[in-house]
Design a protein around this ligand. Structure first.
Ligand code: PRX
Length: 652
C-alpha cells in the first residue's frame, strides 16, 4: 500500500522541540554541509568534554580510505556519560531504569552508576586488562551490561558485545577474530519466561579461545554453573572486594581510539568487525539523540533494542547517557506475557519517547491490535522506527493506535557502520510521509547513484551512497587487511563515496525512500544476516552438498530466510531431515538465522561459469513463478532445472 498522505507534527510537539521549524532545520543543515569543520567543531565543544582540545577537526581521503576526526583531542566516553552529570543537578537523576522480563524495576542514578563503573573498571585493571585490550561481552539485557561497557571505556579497553541470541560457535568465532583477553557473561539470561544458559554456552566457546584469560560472571538467575578456577570470577564478588576503590581516574584517549568493535554481516560469509571511534562516535550519538528524539531533561526515553546490536550501543547507552538523559532498558520480549507488554511499560514509567523496529510493530499490530488502547499512553510524544523500511500500514497503525495521532513518528535510517542516525525526520518540524525516512541529518551528505555511477534522477532507483565523512562513521575493520576490506565493502564500489549497501530513491520533495539491501545481505526482523553465512552453516551439515539462501517477503519479519538445499548421495528429503538441518543452523549461528523454509532441490540453476543465478531463486522464493519475468535463461547449464524447482516449491 502506498500512501500520499503527509502528516505535520502537532503544535505541541513543535512548540517543545529543539528544532521547531523547517527554516531552522534548513539553516542548520546548510551550515553543516557548507563548512562541515566549523559546524562539527562547534558541536564537539557543545556536546562533549575534552581533556585536551583537538588540533585538526577533520582529515580524510575516501580513496584510501582514511578518516580522522578531532585528531590530537583527548577524551573519555565513560567520563562524558557519567562524571559530567554527577557534578551538577543530575547527580541523583535516573540514568538507567531497568525493567525485568518478569516486571521488576531497578533504577541506577548517575552517581550510583558511576560508582559501579569505577569499581568494575578497577576490577578489570586488577585482572590485567589495559588500554587497547579487547573485552568480549556476552550478556543479555541486564543492567550490568551497561556497567561493563562503560568500565571498558573508562580504562580505554575495547568492548565487543556478542548478541546473547547467538550460538556458542558464533561467540567463539567472534572472540577468535577479536583476540579478546577477557569475557564478561552471566550465569543465564531470561527472555519471555525462558532461561538461556549463557555461561554453559560461554564455556563451550572458551574451549577454543585461548586468548581469554579471565571470565567474569554476573549472577542473574541463580542457574547452576561451572566455574573454572583461575579463569572464572563472580562479578559481584569481585566488585564488592574491600580493596577495590570507588574511584577510577579515566584513561584519556585519543578521539580516534577504538571505543568498541561490533560484528555485523556483510556480503561474505565471515562477519565483519566494525571499529568505532571514541570522540566522533560519541558526538554522533549525542547530537542525534538530542534532536531526533527531541530529548529533554525531564523525559523518560525507552529504546526496545538489545545492546548486542548497534541500536542498543548508540541509543540505549552512549547517546542518552552522554546528554544526561534517562534511558529505560527492557530485558524481555514484546509479546510476553502478552502483546501489551511494551504499552504496559510505557504507562508504568510514563515514557515520552519510544523506539522500536517495524517487525515488532507488525507483530503487535497482528497479535494485539487493541492492546495500546488499554493503557494510558498520554505521555508519549515521539515514536521511533529503525532497522528496515517501515511499511505504510505499520506506520499508520503506530501513528494512530500507539501515538493516538498525536506523536511524531521518526523513521531513522542508519547502520552499524554509520554509528548514528543518518536520514530521519525531526519530530518538531519535518512533515512526515509514511514509509520515507525523509531528510538527511546535519552533516550527512547522501547521494543516490545509478549502476553507471551517475546521480539518479527524481524517483529513479539507485544505490544510496554518502559523499562526505561524518563524525560517527566506522574507522576501520578489526584485524588484518582493514584497508582492503574497507575498500571491498564500502569505498571501492563507487570510488570516492561510501556505499551503504541499500537501494533508495529520492522523490520530488527531496525525501529519501529506502528500498532494502541490494547486496547479499537480508534483513530478518531488523537483524542483518548474510546469505553466505547461512549457506556456510547449511553446507557444513553432513547431508548437504550445496545450498543457496535468499530472502523472501515475510509478513512479520520483513524478510524470511529461504534455503535451497541439494542433498548428498544417500540422503532423502524428509521432515525429520529438515528439522535436523534447521537445528544445525541454529546451533551454528543462532536462532535468528533459522531458515523458514528448506526447499530440497536436485540441483541449483547455475550458469556455465558455475554461478548460481540468484535472481531466479529469489523470484521463486518470493512466489513469482511466472517464467515470463525470469529474463534470459539461456546461459544456464540446465534450464529445465528451473521448472523442477518451481514444481517442488513448498506450499506451491
Ligand atoms: O538496510 C538498512 C536497514 O538496516 C541496515 C543496517 O542494519 P544494521 O547495521 O544491523 O543496523 C540496524 C540498526 C541501525 C541498513 O543498511 N535499515 C535500518 N534502518 C532503516 C533501514 N532501512 C530502511 N529504513 C530504516 N529506517
Amino acid at each position: 500500500m502506498a500512501t500520499e498522505q503527509i502528516f505535520i507534527p502537532t503544535k505541541e510537539n513543535q512548540s517543545r522541540a529543539w528544532i521547531s521549524s523547517m527554516e531552522e532545520y534548513q539553516k542548520m543543515y546548510d551550515a553543516s554541509v557548507k563548512d562541515p569543520e566549523k559546524f562539527w567543531d562547534e558541536q564537539a565543544k557543545e556536546f562533549l568534554y575534552w581533556k585536551k582540545p583537538w588540533d585538526t577537526t577533520l582529515e580524510w581521503d575516501f580513496t584510501k580510505p582514511y578518516v580522522s576526526w578531532f585528531k590530537g583531542g583527548l577524551t573519555n566516553a565513560s567520563y562524558n556519560c557519567l562524571d559530567r552529570h554527577t557534578q551538577g543537578l543530575h547527580r541523583n537523576k535516573a540514568a538507567i531504569i531497568w525493567e525485568s522480563d518478569g516486571g521488576r524495576t531497578k533504577m541506577y542514578t548517575y552517581q550510583s552508576l558511576l560508582t559501579k563503573v569505577c569499581r568494575f573498571a578497577n576490577v578489570l585493571k586488577d585482572h590485567g586488562v589495559k588500554k587497547g585490550d579487547v573485552v568480549a561481552i556476552f550478556m543479555p539485557m541486564v543492567p550490568e551490561v551497561v556497567t561493563a561497557m562503560l568500565a571498558c571505556a573508562r580504562i580505554g579497553a575495547i568492548h565487543t558485545i556478542i548478541f546473547s541470541g547467538f550460538s556458542s560457535q558464533a561467540l567463539r568465532d567472534r572472540i577468535q577474530d577479536s583476540n579478546a583477553k577477557c569475557l564478561i557473561t552471566v550465569d543465564a539470561g531470561k527472555r519471555g519466561g525462558k532461561v538461556i544458559p549463557l555461561k554453559v554456552m560461554a564455556d563451550e566457546a572458551m574451549l577454543e579461545t585461548p586468548t581469554i584469560e579471565t571470565c567474569f560472571v554476573v549472577t542473574h538467575s541463580r542457574a547452576t554453573i561451572n566455574m573454572q578456577e583461575g579463569r572464572d570470577f563472580y562479578y559481584h564478588e569481585e566488585t564488592r572486594r574491600r580493596d577495590i576503590s570507588n574511584e577510577c581516574e579515566p584513561e584519556w584517549v585519543e578521539a580516534d581510539h577504538p571505543l568498541f568493535i561490533l560484528y555485523t554481516s556483510g556480503s561474505t560469509g565471515k562477519p565483519k568487525g566494525v571499529v568505532h571511534s571514541t570522540g566522533g562516535y560519541l558526538l554522533g550519538c549525542a547530537i542525534t539523540t538530542k534532536y531526533v528524539f527531541d530529548l529533554h531533561d525531564e523525559d523518560i526515553y525507552f529504546c526496545s533494542a538489545d545492546v548486542g546490536w548497534i541500536t542498543g550501543h548508540s541509543y540505549i547507552v552512549y547517546g542518552p547517557l552522554c546528554i544526561g538523559g534517562t534511558s529505560l532498558m527492557f530485558e524481555g520480549i514484546p509479546t510476553y506475557p502478552n502483546a501489551g507488554r511494551f504499552w504496559e511499560i510505557c504507562e508504568k514509567h510514563a515514557v515520552n519517547q519510544f523506539y522500536t523496529a517495524p517487525t515488532a510493530i507488525r507483530s503487535l499490530m497482528k497479535n494485539g491490535p487493541d492492546e495500546p488502547s488499554k493503557y494510558n499512553l498520554s505521555n508519549l510524544r515521539i515514536l521511533g522506527s529503525v532497522g528496515e523500511p517501515i511499511n505504510p500500514e505499520a506506520w499508520l497503525w503506530y501513528f494512530h493506535e500507539v501515538g493516538q495521532g498525536r506523536c511524531s513518528v521518526v523513521d531513522t535510517w542508519w547502520q552499524t557502520e554509520s554509528g548514528a542516525h543518518m536520514i530521519s525526520n525531526l519530530p518538531g518540524c519535518t512533515p512526515m510521509k509514511p514509509g520515507s525516512a525523509t531528510l538527511p541529518f546535519f552533516g550527512v551528505q547522501p547521494i543516490i547513484l545509478t549502476e553507471e555511477k551517475k546521480e539518479a534522477a527524481v524517483d529513479e532507483d539507485g544505490r544510496l551512497c554518502i559523499k562526505f565523512p561524518w563524525p560517527s562513521m566506522l574507522r576501520r575493520m578489526w584485524g588484518e587487511d582493514s584497508d582492503k576490506r574497507m575498500m571491498d565493502n564500502y569505498f571501492g564500489i563507487f570510488p570516492g563515496y561510501y556505499f551503504s549497501g541499500d537501494g533508495a530513491a529520492l522523490d520530488k520533495d527531496g525525501y529519501y525512500w529506502l528500498k532494502g539491501r541490494v547486496d547479499d545481505v537480508i534483513n530478518v526482523s531488523g537483524h542483518r544476516m548474510s546469505t553466505a553465512e547461512v549457506e556456510a552453516a547449511l553446507n557444513s551439515h553432513a547431508a548437504v552438498a550445496e545450498s543457496a539462501v535468499v530472502g523472501y517477503p515475510h509478513e512479520i519479519k520483513g524478510e524470511g530466510i529461504y534455503g535451497y538445499v541439494v542433498l548428498n548421495e544417500g540422503f532423502e528429503p524428509s521432515d525429520d531431515l529438515t528439522q535436523m538441518i534447521v537445528g544445525h543452523v541454529r546451533k551454528d549461528i543462532g536462532p535468528i538465522a533459522s531458515p523458514d523454509y528448506i526447499h530440497f532441490v536436485p540441483d541449483l540453476p547455475k550458469t556455465r561459469s558455475g554461478k548460481i543465478m540468484r535472481r531466479i531463486v529469489r523470484k521463486i522464493a518470493a512466489g513469482k513463478i511466472d517464467k515470463e519475468g525470469f529474463g534470459d535463461l539461456s546461459t544456464l547449464v540446465d534450464p529445465d532445472i528451473v521448472d523442477v524447482i518451481i514444481e517442488t516449491r513448498p506450499n506451491a
